[in-house]
Design a protein around this ligand. Sequence first.
Ligand code: MIC
Ligand code: SF4
Length: 639
Amino acid sequence: MKLTITEKIIKDHIVTGNLEKGTEIGIRIDQTLTQDSTGTMAYLQFEALDIDRVKTKKSVAYIDHNMLQAGPENADDHLYIKTVAKKHGIYFSRPGNGICHQVHLERFGVPGDTLLGSDSHSPTCGGLGMLAIGAGGLDVAVAMAGGEYFLTMPQVVEVELRGRLNPGVAAKDIILKVLEEAGVKGGLNRVFEYTGEGVGYLSVPERATITNMGAELGATTSIFPSDDMTYRFLRAQKREEDFREIVADEGAIYDDKIIIDLDELEPMVACPHSPGNVVPVSKLKDIKVDQVAIGGCTNSSYMDLIKVAKILDGNTVAEDVSLVISPGSKQVLNTLAENGALSKLIAAGARILECGCGPCIGMGQAPHTDGVSLRTFNRNFKGRSGTPSADVYLSSPEVAAVSAIKGYITNPIYYDVWDLDMGDLEEFKINDNLIVEPIKDSGDVDIVRGPNIKPFPKADALKDELMGRVLIKVGDDITTDHIMPSNASLLPYRSNIPHLANYCMTPCDPEFPTRARENDGGIIIAGLNYGQGSSREHAALVPLYLGVRMVIAKSFARIHRENLINNGMLPLIFDNPSDFDGIDTLDELVIENLLDRLEDGKITMENRTKDERYDLLLDITERQRDILMAGGLLNWMKS
Ligand code: MIC
Ligand code: SF4
């Protein structure tokens, strides 16, 4: 049988099931990564599993999100993660070393291996030919304990890149084009596999921009072949021994196909407030920008920032623009410092931030009221920048840098710098001194827990009757940023669910937490693609804490649905989507004989307020049924 890259890697790692598309499979995980804002919870869950040492080939804990230390909470979490990592045989990437995805690409990713990360952008390492998947913290905890990761055997979409990019057009424009074609719901249970002549011209950091932002398609992951370019990148990182060629078999069969003519591609932007809201820059007229932010795990590689330095060289940032730059890793920043590019950025007026997520997750640099921000990041959900009234556009570093000089969103193809050498380096100076290696004997290590670390909620075993009032009814594409917002004031409380509960769903309805408390919990009603975006389990745990035991939606995003099930919450689907229309906030809904109905997943719900009945579907596997019955994955594993 001729196999795609995805199928080859899955075949090498499959433990449960077979390669039949759409069925549940369990795969062995070689590497895991966590970052600090999901990591605290993931390690608390790992500790609950009572395992001495991680069983993966390599597990890495990064500190990159919660970097503003406005109070002791973030530093306390850093200390907890550092000590828990030391105790259990986990590499620890210290604050300042960079964004998990960029550092993992540089220093850890291995072609042909599997990676599970507690961050939705973990597919970044797909740029190296790794099968890299984002998941909730509990799934990552289980993988660290040596457990399989369960997923739906994905369909594989071929994205054929024809031709070669023109000067001023970038890898970011490729993924924005794919988003324009496939949309933010187009990737459910699919892997996007890149093929064609154009692949050969893209360096690993460029490929990683594409696989990183593939998360915005809702895809399981995205992947490139491991080829000569991969070898060059690993050699530049002095890791050529990790190289392994992985290409699809000739004649491999894909489930769908997208063709992109790189010669024809223009610079693109995603307009407010969705990464799927894509238009060519040439269609935008006179959009004045107040802020330009360059960095984020999509576009903070050396190659990205050297281009920016060359564009900014000798120029000044426009008077009305604040330009902030956050390099992806210490390696990137150090290289720019040593070759003088950093001083060009500074001379032009850029405000240099530390290596981390920074403004991408609203950790500082919120735009002014009604401000327009142009960012090289991957998400522009409303309010994510920290300013609810801001308009955020997403673009390549080329568009961002030229626009920072001009003060307007500007098409970079007319800008006269493209003859300059802007390629990736053939050799990086390696200095891993901010990565703490695991120690052999960790018996004496004490895990330090700050006062901000509070116990997390667990569901009870499922009951035969579930009833409650509708606490909120929301539309399509509700993101985890709506369900559990994260900004500079809330991120420090990722290990404090009771505190976060006061903000649950507030971007949709400020009264939600009060209503949930007054009604002793209840039900969330939602449209399509509920829970898109982040992998944060908090979007399940916090509603659970407020007494939500089920969400009824037209459809769910992959990671959020897994998080609901893992935490013992029912992700129900309307069999007839128009039933959504008849339901109102505070309607009383009841499901009887639930336990019997779990077998075939066909559930009837009564609306006692409206005297109506709705058919609902619970499309779960036997394993998921057992998890739900037990009240979540941790309860199930213990029993
Ligand atoms: C994001 O980009 O939304 C985040 C913040 O990195 C999240 C993780 C989190 O919420 O902590 C993600 O992508 O999963
Ligand atoms: Fe960090 Fe932003 Fe990347 Fe999330 S998307 S990992 S917040 S840089």
